[in-house]
Design a protein. Structure first.
Lengths: 318, 318
DNA sequence: CACACTTACGATATTCGTAAGGATT
DNA sequence: AATCCTTACGAATATCGTAAGTGTG
């Protein structure tokens, strides 16, 4: 009964439920049952509520309980508040349960065009509520996008320049040679030595592409300058040209894995290792969204499926 | 660290403030200062919050604290929630402080046209945020409107038929006679006996009006049948007709008080008391809105001002 | 080595339930 | 006379703060 100076608001969702139950049931005892409390507890909650607002919220008599005009106003607000509580919890839980959210990632074009689409399709099928966002960029740009927070994740070749970012290896991509089915080198399926392919007409990508950089390095490692006959931007173009017999292509196996196989043959390139390390890049110390974590899981699964067994180390012949 | 089964949500506005402070300040110690708590308390609040949602909301390291993706989502929700809390308190308080709300009342036409407008103007001036709603109705309708909750309040003549409603007397209205300034009865200002006015040409209202009912009763009380020469609906019409010398009018003093005085004279009608009890009607056991309570206060004030001193009892001659 | 979050533990405050009290129909 | 809300009081629970612990830059 004392007229306090309208204390700070400290209502819990529970208090609101009690209020709503009382407003709905029109009786302290009935309300108490609904919320699994004793009447006296309900009475206490209501008293505190009224105290904190400085107004009587209910007109009580022994027969019935009804809202005062202020109570009506508060009822409206309490409903909104309750809904907002539920909404807050719902949103976060939807995100945790992968029913909502967004995952954005950057990937090397050679991966974005090959392994990634499968994973994306699977992800979209499993989690239709999650927005999916992919950018196919060169390796440097991928790192930058992660660093600036524009993407959650990048799947790209390792790069020690970006030591401030977390890199976790996924696999190491060995090179294969892709050639037309009627090509001379297509007669056998056995692994090839790099020296056997140096003299061919090669089709590759321009220098900024990691595919090309690793190819250059591989040739250099064996004492040759890599001078491709053609330089094209897209993996699909390489594919078409190889099939047409314009030349052969030395490609990381993940980049070659999904080109249509018809009319072409891939042969493993062995010899001193020249592998492309592929991994995931994310901001150090920042946790990933549940959706991004799940995307990683699916990626790992897909790659494990493609490159079975202990295929993270050097590649032996098939 | 234990993975609880995502407990029920029991966040207080305080918890939200702690969360918001931490998100804004990026440090437990700084957040603790902002909300006047110890770091450990802040740590505890955040831990409980994360526990209740089943997700980590912040990435912490010794140097900095930053929101996780789920934390970002929760931040958005927490802001809305906080705003909704404030809004709820604000709405109710605005109502208590008469900065918002609505008061609807019914009044007898004879009052609605005379005393009420002044009070309404004063109310509107003092509390511009409060919506004002008046219906001028006959006595019976006024009671019905209160009973059905369509108006908060009625100001009308007492009626024992509506014993289920609260009636609190405001005043008792004595009758006065209104006549043109050049009328024979206007020569004196002294109180009149009812017997002196029986023979005049009277102007009154149709039977349903309480003004007419009380006039009938007054005449009957003195042994006469009241047979007005004219019956008109509106007080302003009576006013015009009286001034034009078409007749005189026996009116309750509140109903006569505000007719323009020019060209007319009022004389008190004394003799055996025949007063019209005027009072406030509201629903029994239902509290009034702060605005309605204030309206009552202003009404009382205005009436006390009009009918000074102990003028609630029988009316002596001026 | 310094700074900042986490955990442990004792003190405090709040809340709940039982039971008695009071008021209204 | 019955019903229902309010108040009082003891018990349980939860929270806060101090202080020590741990990990990171």
């Amino acid at each position: 009964m004392q007229i306090n100076s309208v204390g700070a608001i400290t209502w819990t969702p529970r208090d609101l439920d009690v209020f709503l139950a009382l407003a709905a049931s029109g009786g302290f005892r009935r309300a108490a049952e609904q919320v699994h409390l004793s009447q006296s507890a309900v009475s206490g909650v209501i008293a505190r509520l009224e105290d904190s607002l400085g107004v009587r919220l209910f007109d009580r008599n022994t027969r019935s309980v009804s809202l005062t005009p202020c109570g009506e106003v508060f009822l409206e607000q309490a409903r909104l508040l309750r809904a907002q509580f539920d909404e807050a919890a719902r949103r976060v839980r939807a995100m945790v349960q992968l029913r909502a959210g967004r995952v954005s990632l950057a990937a090397l074009p050679s991966l974005a065009a090959t392994v990634l689409p499968r994973v994306m399709a699977e992800f979209a099928r499993l989690y239709p509520g999650v927005e999916l966002n992919v950018r196919d960029t060169l390796s440097g740009a991928a790192f930058e996008l992660v660093r600036s927070g524009q993407v959650d994740l990048a799947i790209t070749a390792a790069n020690p320049e970006y030591a401030d970012l977390d890199y976790t290896a996924l696999t190491a991509d060995s090179f294969v040679l892709l050639c037309a089915a009627d090509h001379r080198l297509a007669r056998s399926r056995k692994p090839l030595q790099w020296s056997e392919v140096v003299g061919e007409r090669h089709i590759s990508m321009p220098l900024p592409a990691s595919v090309r950089q690793y190819a250059n390095a591989a040739f250099l490692f064996h004492g040759f300058q890599f001078a491709p006959a053609y330089e094209v931007e897209h993996i699909a173009t390489i594919h078409g040209m190889v099939r047409a017999g314009l030349g052969v292509a030395a490609l990381p196996e993940l980049a070659a894995a999904f080109v249509g196989r018809e009319g072409m043959v891939t042969r493993r390139l062995t010899g001193p290792d020249m592998q492309r390390p592929i991994g995931l890049v994310s901001r150090r110390g920042r946790s990933l969204s549940p959706a991004a974590a799940e995307m990683i899981r699916l990626l790992r699964e897909e790659i494990a499926h493609l490159l079975p067994a202990g295929r993270t180390g050097p590649v032996a012949g098939e």
